[in-house]
Design a protein around this ligand. Structure first.
Ligand code: 1DF
Ligand code: MN
Length: 344
């Protein structure tokens, strides 16, 4: 059985977004230590990794296609790199998101057989974000939305953001909940040991965000909502048993005002409403474990280009001990289904 490889967490940036980031770094105008740690590095460092990443993020043409060809990636699902426009003020964020979506749409139009777009949006103004999502899906043909975790320290269990859930549920597209550096409240003890970034802090921040969404009852209110999360579920699959046990105990004891009864167990939402990608986790034992506890139809491939552009890692997923039909689901059909590729 043959298949193509679809990579589902692949990043780009616009020159205008980088200009905004440089301006914030220069003026120190935002209270977000993680942002300075991440982008203070990638935008100023002169090592080859930072230089390559800056250049590859800005390319939506030949270099990206060559890199995809070099490791057999047929299609990238492309989104604006973290933290996207969520670090900006509301008005600037909305206009940079619109511009980024237009630039990505032009690239998709040039290479419709290679690129699929996810919509950037600025949750700082939820109403405007919902309109931009509607435009990006209905007019530009994008197949989902990128959410780079916290927005100025706020999380999507907060009902002020729920009109964004309404919009995606209505449009029937998923949200990719992508990492950001931990919010200012969370990052303290990570910074001085360099644990704030993709090594660990990203996963803590993003797993926490998804758990806040689950325990707040978002999926009871929006039962059709689909959330995609990378890095093999940001460690949550390993916690399934304990999450269910402790959540039930807390609800029974009425211990926390913010922990209400849910219609299902936390693990049920993680299996039914959540899809998981392998970005940055080319590691057979972990992939097989997550498939076994989440279900093979909700686990799919991602590379995390250009941050983890390691062509040899594709061999790890090519060599997974699964059938040809399961491999096709992992690399291709699960992504085609959750992003409704070829259906509009
Ligand atoms: C890094 C990793 C940066 C991922 C990312 O976006 C990112 C990194 C700024 O290595 O610094 O998306 N990642 O998803 O693992
Ligand atoms: Mn990523």
């Amino acid at each position: 059985m043959s298949f193509v490889r679809i990579a589902t967490e692949e990043a780009f940036a616009t020159a205008e977004l980088f200009d905004c980031y440089r301006h914030i770094i220069e003026k120190k105008s935002v209270d977000d230590p993680g942002f300075y740690s991440l982008w203070g590095h990638y935008l100023t460092h002169s090592g080859s990794r930072a230089i390559d990443i800056r250049r590859k993020l800005l390319d939506l043409g030949e270099e990206r296609l060559r890199d995809m060809d070099s490791c057999g990636i047929a299609r990238q699902i492309i989104s604006l790199t973290a933290p996207g426009v969520q670090i900006l003020d509301a008005a600037t964020g909305a206009s940079i998101a619109t511009q980024a979506n237009d630039q990505l749409a032009e690239a998709v139009a040039r290479h419709p057989d290679r690129f699929t777009g996810l919509a950037a949006m600025a949750p700082q103004d939820p109403g405007r974000a919902a309109s931009e999502i509607e435009r990006a899906v209905s007019s530009l043909g994008f197949r989902g939305v990128i959410l780079n975790s916290h927005t100025h320290g706020e999380y999507f269990d907060n009902q002020k953001f729920w009109e964004i859930f309404e919009a995606v549920e209505q449009l029937d597209v998923p949200i990719y909940l992508h990492p950001n550096t931990p919010s200012a409240r969370l990052i303290g003890p990570m910074l001085d040991r360099g644990l704030d970034g993709a090594i660990y802090g990203f996963g803590v921040e993003t797993g926490l965000h998804l758990l806040r969404i689950i325990v707040s009852g978002v999926f009871d209110r929006f039962p059709e909502l689909r959330i995609i999360v990378g890095h093999l579920g940001e460690a949550l699959p390993f916690w399934l048993f304990r999450l269910d046990f402790m959540h039930a105990a807390m609800v029974k004891a009425g211990r926390h005002a913010g922990v209400k009864p849910l219609k299902k167990r936390p693990s049920d939402y993680l299996r039914e409403n959540v899809w998981i990608t392998t970005s940055g986790m080319a590691w057979e034992p972990a992939i097989m474990f997550v498939r076994s506890v989440i279900g093979a139809d909700h686990v799919m491939y991602a590379m995390d280009y250009p941050y983890q552009f390691v062509p040899a890692e594709v061999k790890v997923t090519d060599d997974l001990p699964i059938s040809a039909a399961e491999k096709k689901a992992f690399y291709q059909s699960n992504a085609e289904s959750v992003f409704a590729l070829g259906m509009g």
